[in-house]
Design a protein around this ligand. Structure first.
Ligand code: ATP
Ligand code: MG
Length: 360
């Protein structure tokens, strides 16, 4: 992107399952937003990397593929995973194969109860649950370290080694504090499991305490991850920004999405905060083959994702507008089945596009 030019190149990678349906909806809504506002231009380039490519060619990313992605300002990603490819192959083959070399070390997951939607928490309503989870996205429990010996024998041993480096933990916690500082409540909960995991998690606690000193205006509290799950259910109002490891935050953010109403609404951003590489934006949900091709996938997770992408690109006004329009549509009861409505992907998408046009 050229500063001040408001023109962006987006790599579009729908991949598997409902990915193409929700990304198609997301692109439609972004085009409506660009046309109606006249404030920015988007150029989309399609990338058909998926589990289909893997089954044909034995790899997800063609030679030179990563290099070609670098020229874009952002990557809009659908979902990867197929019934006939083991999950650890698809995840490492495409998603992590982009996140890791592109140093997208911060994974940011906002959650709130959108207007017109319901939380399974009996008393929670819009405004009672408004969180951002900042997830370490480069190492930790998903470092891929370890191995197996004596495979298949009764005495088989496997190790799954978590790797925590001061450099990576510190840059992530610092980023999370900046996120907390930018939000009205200026509150962060540092989540670890330092009572049982006495090496890496203790280092996390120490680094968090050091970083906290540089953010005197941010209020810090600490929780063990198991206790945190209870607090999310029992006292959702007491939480704002959460920072946690790759595994812990992965689990907490599925819980968060479900508490907000559906996994179908939640977005996630894989950010390279140094902006040396394009960042990647995706709905939190997976390929969901059970509903693929039926026209019922909830596109709201992708709309919120698109909003987060526009915010990262510097288009705050467009980002806010898009979410206002999404909430207006939900508020009118136009929702997919996972949110208790009876609209399809297309009806929700058309309604959001119409709302965008009306709003300018
Ligand atoms: P993956 O293996 O790629 O993670 P998955 O099949 O496990 O995919 P998820 O996307 O993780 O599926 O979601 C679990 C279930 O939630 C799906 O099977 C589907 O029924 C439902 N679901 C997920 N995303 C959506 C959505 N966008 N709209 C409606 N329902 C959804
Ligand atoms: Mg899944």
């Amino acid at each position: 992107a050229v500063p001040g030019k408001h023109e962006y190149s987006i790599a579009c990678m729908p991949a598997d399952g409902i990915g193409p349906e929700v990304i198609g909806a997301g692109v439609e809504v972004l085009k409506a937003l660009s046309e109606a506002s006249g404030a920015f231009k988007l150029h989309f380039e399609d990338y058909d990397w998926s589990s289909e490519t893997y089954k044909k060619l034995g790899k997800y990313i063609p030679d030179g593929g990563l290099e070609s992605l670098k020229k874009h300002d952002a990557i809009l990603f659908g979902a990867v995973g197929a019934p006939d490819v083991p999950d650890h192959i698809s995840l490492w083959g495409l998603r992590l194969a982009i996140c890791q070399p592109f140093q997208q070390y911060a994974n940011v997951r906002p959650t709130r109860i959108l207007q017109g939607t319901e939380s399974p928490l009996r008393k929670a309503k819009t405004g009672d649950l408004d969180w951002v989870i900042v997830r370490e996205n480069s190492e930790g429990e998903y470092a891929g370290q370890g191995g197996r010996s004596h495979v298949g024998m009764p005495w088989e041993i496997s190790t799954e080694v978590s790797v925590f480096t001061r450099h990576c933990v510190e840059r992530l916690i610092r980023f999370a504090y900046e996120v907390a500082q930018s939000r009205p409540k200026k509150h962060i909960t540092v989540v670890t499991k330092s009572n049982a995991q006495r090496n890496g998690m203790v280092m996390w606690d120490e680094i968090a305490a050091q970083v906290a000193k540089d953010f005197p205006d941010v209020q810090t509290d600490k929780m063990l991850v198991d206790a945190m799950t209870c607090r999310m259910v029992l006292q959702p109002q007491s939480i704002d920004t959460i920072v946690a490891t790759n595994l812990h935050a992965d689990i907490l953010s599925d819980l968060a999405a479900a508490l907000a109403g559906s996994i179908g609404i939640a977005p996630t951003s894989n950010l390279d905060p140094t902006r040396q590489n394009p960042s990647m934006f995706e709905p939190i949900h997976g390929s969901a083959f059970d509903i693929t091709g039926k026209g019922v996938a909830n596109p709201v997770g992708t709309f919120w994702t698109a909003s987060e992408m526009m915010r990262w690109l510097g288009e705050e006004e467009a980002a806010d507008r898009l979410m206002q329009c999404v909430e207006a549509v939900c508020g009118n009861g136009i929702m997919t089945r996972d949110l208790g409505g009876n609209a399809g992907t297309k009806e929700v998408t058309d309604a959001v596009c119409a709302e965008i046009r009306r709003s300018y």
